[in-house]
Design a protein around this ligand. Structure first.
Ligand SMILES: [Zn+2]
Length: 305
């Protein structure tokens, strides 16, 4: 009996107490108010913030408060980390967590920020032959490791929202995706019924993007064709659609289901109206998952949530 009680006591000490401590700590850090400077940066740099209902604004600020105190920001290549860098990145990361019981990216401890695009080694295999080369990157998310962001690329995305690019949203979508242990384009759902229609809708939208990219490549063989890297310029008229509805999703999403989810998350939050018009089913899935309706919020047609 004594042995049994000792085991129970040990389990409480080793397993339950750290969990309770973590829970208390997160609640405490969420309760700390943002400074006036942090609030000003948030209102100014997160485009959706002024459109959120007061309750969601409050929730977002609580998650940002936790994020800022829980994660370490490291400047690379001589970049000094400013309050603006911290708040802008934290705000876009936490936008993805609205109305969700969350532990604020528990697998993430460090955010590395480069002043601009950085070089990373990439390894390719062709059969038995291995080759390595350097490639320029705007950001990346390491599985159960740090998120890396190019500050210049993030700023460029914020300055030109019509392009639908936001490297912070992109990389934190990957972080969400990995929370169930797989980076497969399907983030964890709280209940299985919640994610019932996710797979077929995502599969179809992913296949369509790949088909469109394939058609684009085929067209480049023609003398007056649009070059394939014009994916965000809305110049492809070959499909007879409204220009604004073309290439809402970056062609980079055609690489894999995981990249598709990250690219679709960017479009969902940055160009929601265009995404809703061009990909209504995909938009609805993302609206259900992220529990918010950015297109309606921006239209002001109803208080979002
Ligand atoms: Zn990616």
């Amino acid at each position: 009996m004594k042995t049994f009680l000792a085991i129970v006591l040990l389990a409480i000490l080793v397993w339950v107490l750290p969990l309770l401590w973590q829970r208390w700590r997160r609640r405490y850090l969420r309760s700390r108010k943002l400074t006036a400077q942090q609030q000003a940066i948030l209102s100014e740099r997160l485009a959706l913030f002024p459109y959120l209902p007061a309750k969601r604004q409050q929730e977002l600020q609580e998650n940002i408060s936790l994020f800022l105190r829980d994660k370490e920001f490291v400047g690379c290549n001589g970049l000094g980390i400013t309050e603006e860098i911290r708040v802008v990145i934290a705000a876009h990361a936490c936008l993805l967590l609205l109305q969700r019981e969350n532990n604020c990216y528990p697998n993430l401890h460090t955010v590395l920020v480069y002043p601009d695009a950085y070089l990373a080694e990439e390894t390719h295999y062709q059969g038995q032959v291995q080759s390595t080369h350097l490639s320029a990157r705007a950001g990346e998310s390491h599985y159960r490791g740090p998120v890396v962001i190019s500050w210049e690329d993030l700023q460029r995305g914020l300055a030109q929202p019509q392009l639908g690019h936001n490297v912070a949203i992109h990389e934190f979508a990957h972080k969400l995706d990995e929370e169930d242990g797989y980076v497969d384009g399907r983030p964890p759902f709280e209940t299985s019924s919640e994610g019932k229609t996710w797979a077929p809708v995502m599969r179809e939208a992913f296949a369509k993007l790949r088909q469109r990219l394939h058609a684009e490549y085929s067209d480049t063989a023609k003398p007056d064709a649009v070059p394939s890297d014009a994916d965000q310029s809305d110049t492809d008229q070959s499909m007879g659609q409204d220009k604004s509805q073309l290439w809402v999703l970056d062609s980079y999403g055609a690489q894999s289901p995981a990249e598709f989810f990250a690219v679709a998350t960017e479009a969902f939050f940055i160009v929601p109206g265009r995404m809703e018009a061009a990909h209504p089913e995909l938009y609805r899935e993302m609206q259900n998952y992220f529990r918010t309706d950015p297109a309606a919020l921006l239209r002001g047609s109803r208080p979002g949530g």
